[in-house]
Each structure stands twice: as C-alpha cells, then as structure tokens.
Design a protein around this ligand. Structure first.
Ligand code: GAL
Length: 430
C-alpha cells in the first residue's frame, strides 16, 4: 500500500495541475490554533450543492452548529457531481493564495496532489490530541498519509460499483429483480430484453459519469488485480484484455440514453431509473440517498447490486476534509474537523448521504438496509480504488483520461481510446 502511494505521489509531482505555490508548509499558527477558542466564520468548500448531497452537508452543518453555536458556517459549495466543476475552481483559488478554511478532497491519489503541492497543513498533532488514529481503518489512514504525516479527516466511505434498477421495468421485460445478472454477458442479454420493451436499458449522464461507467466495466472485465494494475503499471494498457474491456464499455454505452451529454449531472440519470424511463444506472451509492429522499422503497420500487462481474469487490472512495496552508481561520477549521471526526457528525452525515461512516464505532441502527449491506461488504470484500473519484490516480491523469473517454463517446474508436489511455498511463507512471 505504502509503495503504491509513493508511486502515485511521484506521479503527482510530475503532473501537477495544481501549481506548487500558496503552501507555506506547517505554520506554527495552524499547529497552535485552538478550536475551543475559535470565533467568526468557517468557510468550507465542497461540491455538495444541491439535492440529496446538500441534505448530507446540511445534516453535518446542523451538528457543527450544535457543537459550536458561536461559529458561523460559510457554505462555499460549487455545484457539479464528483467535483467536476469544483476541483478546477479550487485549484485556481489555491494558486491565487486564497484558500478556504477547509475543503473536500478524496482520499488517495487526489489528496496526494495537494500534499505534494504543499497546500495542506499536517494534521498529525490534531490526530494525536483528538485520539483519532485508532478510530479509522488503517487502509484509509494510509491514503491520507505521506511520509508519516497525516493530512485530512475522512467523513465517509462510498462505493462506486453499484447498479440501481427499476423493479417494474425489469419485470415488464420478464427479468427477475431479485436475480442480478452474474456477469457482463448476462447483463448485456438482460439489456437486450429491456430494449425490446422500448425502455432505455442503461442511464448515464455527462463525462464524469461515463468515466465511472468505464471504470466499472474495466473492473468487471479485468477483475480486481487487473484493474489495480492499470494504475500501478502491472497491467499492460496495450493488452488484449484491455481491448476487451474497452469493447465491453462500447457495448455498455450502446444501451444508454442518447441524450447523455445533455444531462446536467448524476441526479437526472438516476432520476430516469426512478421514473421508469430507464432500467439501470451505474452510480456511486450517493444514489441511495436520492432514492431515500424521493420516497422510493428498496425491494419494491428499486433494487441494487454490485455491477455484474464485480461481486465481492468494493470500488472504494472516501471524502475527507483538510486544513489548507494559509487558511484564514485555522481554529475554526479545526472545529469543523472535530465535528467531522466526531461520532455524532459521522452518524448524522452518513445517514443522510448514503455512504458508510469512516469511523468504525458509529451507531448505524437508523441506516438503510443498503447502507448496512455496504458496511458488511466493506469489511469482507476486496477493496479497489475508484478512478472517477480521486482514489486511484492524480487529478491530472484523471483529467486526461476523462478527455479520452469523452472523445470515445462520440467516435466509438476502441483502438484510439486504448492508445490514448496507454500513453497517458505511461506519461504519469514515469
Ligand atoms: C464523489 C463524492 C461523493 C459524491 C459524488 C457525486 O466524488 O466523493 O461524496 O458527492 O461525487 O457528486
């Protein structure tokens, strides 16, 4: 694990889209900032700007307001799922030396980007004073750590390889909602049946959701080891298996709604499944929060299962929060981080967000059945890192690969995508 992280951190050095300025390293003021003495506003940057995602953030802010009645939460959210707009806005702010008090970042390679660019304060002493090292899974802490220093506080764990399906649509096509397809071939056969009923088999939206679908299909085709190898250099991007994966992706895309690029985000794609206008949507489990918020009943209105071919694998991502170098209100930021790391904060936030708590000691009795199953799976499945959500590769690698996947949506040229992906991987692995 540690070896992989340092390889990715090395890649990040070569490839920063986030310029290496603005960071002042660990300033004594940040280390000494005392949350108990915090006053004023705390500006927090996320991309949880609307719908069920905002409801998750609101649940966390409510706990923050209870715990720190004298502090004012300043919501700096920038809309766009997966940070598709927010990350570049944030990069510009950091570059201009204008950081928020805290910002959302994915555990793993994405966080390494900010660390390597010296844009984050070391939170090791915060972890010590709050006694946090034993309450998070070690694998997760490793993804927040560089050279023994830990740089952010995780709020949750999401899963990116879940299919959400409309029960009625499946039944009309003669499919049993309780029996998910075992592999991609069975799934494609099911989608042919759905297509014959005149309903769109698979809902997807714009580029980042297509990248997430691509990641799922590569995982299903290559298996966990082969998929991991795409990011650590042990799987050859020019191999026949990768060609097969891209062909499978092309086939999956052929079942999707033709207006995919005009759907503004993941919400409208998931909505197609809720409405019965599409059968399936491959979406991270923030979709569970939307189904719940919209009053849909699991087992009756919708079902969920791991993307066919990925059973037993948990495609992992985690959100975490940072203390940026030069944050205007470091004491306030630490108060926010205390709320995030608290049992109450993790319980309220995750119950509303569809994710599972990053802490391992949070009561989950009022969590949905889906969430309980995700907690179970996380403890027993093979864990792999999500591409689309910052866990597997640095931001610059993801951005270039996203451009190639987006081009493919128009051309369907398997060879061109494979060659681009191979040269991007080569560039960033050096
Ligand atoms: C992910 C993020 C999730 C959720 C999702 C859709 O990148 O980690 O918390 O917000 O994007 O926007």
């Amino acid at each position: 694990m540690r070896r992989r992280i340092s390889m990715l951190a090395g890649a990040a050095v070569l490839s920063l889209t986030l310029a290496a300025c603005g960071g002042s390293g660990s300033s004594p003021s940040a280390d000494e900032a005392n949350p108990a003495e915090a006053t004023g506003e705390v500006g927090v940057f996320t991309w949880w700007a609307d719908g069920s995602e905002k409801a998750g953030l609101d649940a966390l802010v409510k706990i923050f307001n209870d715990q720190y009645p004298d502090l004012k939460f300043d919501n700096l959210a920038v809309a766009g799922g997966a940070g598709s707009q927010a990350k570049s806005v944030l990069a510009a702010q950091l570059q201009a030396g204008n950081p928020p008090d805290s910002f959302q970042a994915h555990a793993g390679a994405e966080l390494q980007d900010y660390i390597v660019a010296d844009q984050l304060e070391d939170l090791s002493s915060f972890y010590e004073s709050e006694d946090l090292t034993s309450v998070f899974p070690k694998d997760l802490l490793d993804r927040l750590t560089v050279d023994g220093k830990i740089y952010s506080v995780p709020s949750n764990i999401h899963r990116a390889n879940v299919v959400w399906a409309n029960v009625e649509v499946l039944e009309k096509a003669g499919l049993d909602p309780e029996k998910p397809p075992a592999d991609l071939d069975e799934w494609f056969a099911a989608m042919d049946k759905i297509k014959a009923t005149g309903v769109t088999p698979l809902a997807v939206a714009g580029t980042w959701t297509q990248v997430q679908l691509f990641e799922n299909i590569m995982l299903a085709t290559l298996g966990a080891e082969g998929y991991n190898g795409l990011w650590d250099g042990s799987t050859d991007w020019s191999s026949a298996e990768v060609t097969k994966g891209i062909e499978n992706y092309k086939k999956a895309l052929s079942y999707t709604n033709s207006d995919r690029n005009t759907l503004s985000d993941w919400g409208p794609a998931t909505q197609l499944v809720e409405d019965g206008s599409a059968a399936y949507n491959v979406m991270g489990d923030w979709a569970e929060a939307k189904f719940q918020q919209d009053g849909m009943v699991a087992g009756e209105d919708y079902v969920y299962f791991p993307t066919p071919g990925t059973e037993g694998v948990f495609d992992f991502l985690a959100d975490s929060f940072t203390l940026p170098a030069g944050a205007p209100n470091p004491a306030g930021a630490k108060a926010w981080l205390k709320t995030i790391s608290s049992v109450e904060g993790q319980e309220a936030f995750n119950a509303a967000k569809g994710s599972i708590p990053a802490r391992t000691d949070v009561p989950t009795d009022n969590f949905s059945e889906y969430q309980k199953s995700a907690i179970e799976d996380f403890s027993s499945d093979t864990i792999v890192s999500s591409l689309a959500h910052g866990a597997a590769v640095p931001i610059s690698w993801l951005n270039e690969l996203s451009t190639a996947v987006s081009k493919f949506e128009g051309t369907g040229d398997v060879d061109a995508l494979q060659k681009s992906a191979a040269s991007i991987a080569e560039k960033f692995s050096q």
